[in-house]
Design a binder for this molecule. Sequence first.
Ligand code: ASP
Length: 333
Amino acid sequence: MKNVTKLVVMKRKKFIERTTLGFSSVLISPYVFSEKSEFTNKKKTAFTPFALATWNVQQAVTIAGKALDKGTSSLDAAIQGVAVEEANTLNTTVGNGGAPDREGNVTLDACVMDSKGNCGAVLAVENITHVAALAKDVMEKTPHVILTGEGARKFALSQGYQAENLLTEDSKKAWRKWLEKSNYQPEINIENHDTIGMLCVDQQGEISGACSTSGLAYKMKGRVGDSPIIGSGLFIDNNVGAAVATGLGEEVIKTVGSFLIVELIRQGKSPQEACEEAIKRILTKQKEKPSFQVAYIATNKKGELGAFSIHKGFSYTIYKNQKSQNIDAKSIY
Ligand code: ASP
């Protein structure tokens, strides 16, 4: 880079840093530091942390919420929360015990994003249960954002993750039964817990999130949905808010749903309005009532929440002030 250009870039960088800092402190300070300003030299009052997740996952949000209460960062709390469902073999849509693709392979997808805008993702990984933690390792320990398939698996093993058989006897039985007809038709709200997408706000008011899934049951080998795609399955902008998706990933990707929601919040919509608009955006492409489900949850910087789905049956779970609650989301149909 020529010296003059370098100088201009540096000056511009300083200017952006100064203005961004000024701007973000205006946005953040009323909520994060409720009483004492940093000029009084007294201890700052912390933000009330919370964990918010797709579907009825009380244990997962409680683990994340309790970690937040103890001062854990929003990113680590989200990964700890999501890990509960990744290890739960009864949940056939996430982690160990997840439904396989049509060839009988369990392939997992996950991503994480933190309050600084860093992100990491793993796509179509086999034999590794805790793929959200693996996505964080990709983010922190490699020069990349995304690792896929065998590369992601090899990286996991090099980091000390254990290789496991993720196809449980029950999942194998269900897959064999599916093979009898091999009719591929993703069902609406297959279970009461699906892809887990979790948004956490920590005591500093920093927002991070994690999303983890085994994807659609009996998908084609190599198929990846929205869940590990930053902007589609998950998006965080620490100055604005965050959103995460569940449901038919193909439709979420076409509208870059989570990014869309955060941008709508930036433009002044509430998280609820933004989730509703993102669902409507999907529906404008449909000629008739869709036979698929998509659902979003979101928060803004004030901790206001939004949740909306195409069909009824979607719920979300929140842990705040030592209590967890599962709430039915509003829907179009
Ligand atoms: N979004 C996930 C995918 O398309 C599936 C789901 O959330 O049900 O892979």
